[in-house]
Design a protein around this ligand. Structure first.
Ligand code: AHM
Ligand code: MG
Length: 338
């Protein structure tokens, strides 16, 4: 029986995209293949987290001073290993490593890309069966091919990203990645072990009904942020409401939902965390890139996220991200020079 419709796997899709670029080397598709492979391995472990002894806290502290869960370590090792043993990445930085790692073998040194990732975001949700995810970001290195990568390769503003993406390990497992050409989503078909194109050319609706924020922190937010949030709670139909509040506590799932349905996600600065909680390089930049390519906007409340020049690898930033109309409506969503 003939199959009625061509189903593109992640590999087929990235290779087909290459044909639009006669000078492309295929390195980016190689890198995405390595990421997809690591994601499949992590997916298997995340799915059996409730069964295996792997569930629970490893008891160590990461560089952010937070407790590390065992699955964080597993995911970190899988992504590090897949990229190190591949030939498409010259070095990595991860939320779980203190410093970047330069791959010194000849093939890796010849690669033009570096990768930053948060191997398992939202890991406090693992114990309670809530979706978690991986976030990644790809840059062209600044140092010459053949050399060992250096700190500056990892401290580029988000606007220089070549690609960014995330994986949600949820009711189904989906890998979404963006290049400047568009955002596409691939759902893992467990029967064949392949990511298959399921969400082509994702666009973030300009207007949405959802806002996502940790309300428990409300009295720790700046007044203008509180006023911004109150608007969503007290609105009338004339103001475009009513709005719905949704906050899982896994930004990968929260932003994935808002990207598809339309909405705004916020993690503002608080009195106890004046720089915000989320990491500019591992969390804010990749999502800002994806959401902007999909037609949305992302700021830190004053400035476009993608224009911020990072001063250090593990820098934090407030984040406001989502549908363009919702972001533009309030000054927090616009770019304000200070
Ligand atoms: P993590 O990298 O330690 O998992 O923290 C990041 C997560 C985000 O996924 C989520 O949006 C946020 O932390 C939730 O934080 P809070 O519990 O303070 O609302
Ligand atoms: Mg994280």
């Amino acid at each position: 029986m003939a199959i009625s419709r061509k189903v593109y796997t992640l590999d087929e899709f990235t290779i087909q995209q290459l044909r639009n670029f006669p000078h492309a080397t295929g390195e980016l598709s190689g890198l995405l293949r390595d990421i997809g492979l690591a994601a499949k391995r992590v997916n298997v472990e995340v799915n059996k987290a409730g069964l295996a002894d792997i569930l629970g806290e490893a008891g160590m502290m990461n560089v952010q001073g937070e407790e590390v869960k065992k699955l964080d370590l597993f995911a970190n090792n899988q992504f590090t290993g897949a990229l190190q043993h591949g030939i498409s990445c010259a070095g990595i930085a991860s939320e779980e490593w203190d410093d970047f790692i330069a791959f010194e073998d000849e093939a890796s040194r010849q690669s033009k890309y570096i990768c930053l990732f948060d191997p398992l975001d939202g890991s406090s949700n693992i114990d309670v069966n809530v979706s978690v995810g991986t976030i990644f970001s790809v840059y062209r290195r600044l140092t010459a091919k053949g050399a060992v990568v250096e700190p500056d390769d990892f401290l580029q503003p988000g606007i220089r990203q070549v690609a960014a993406g995330y994986i949600v390990y949820g009711s189904s497992t989906i890998l979404v990645y963006a290049t400047r050409r568009g955002v596409n989503g691939f759902t893992l078909d467990p029967s064949i072990g392949e990511f298959c194109l399921s969400h082509p050319d994702i666009k973030c609706p300009a207007q949405g009904k959802i806002y996502s924020v940790n309300h428990g922190n409300f009295y720790r937010f700046e007044e203008r942020v509180q006023n911004f949030i109150k608007k969503y709670q007290c609105n009338t139909a004339q103001e475009g409401g009513p709005y719905t509040q949704r906050y899982i506590g896994s930004m990968v799932s929260d932003i994935h939902r808002n990207l598809l349905k339309g909405g705004i996600f916020m993690y503002p600065a608080t009195t106890d965390m004046p720089q915000g909680k989320l990491r500019l390089q591992y969390e804010c930049n990749p999502f800002a890139f994806i959401v902007e390519v999909a037609g949305g906007l992302a700021t830190n409340g004053y400035k476009r996220i993608l224009d911020i020049a990072p001063a250090s690898l593990h820098q934090r930033s407030p984040l406001f991200i989502g549908s363009s109309n919702m972001m533009e409506e309030w000054e927090i969503g616009r770019q304000i020079q200070q």
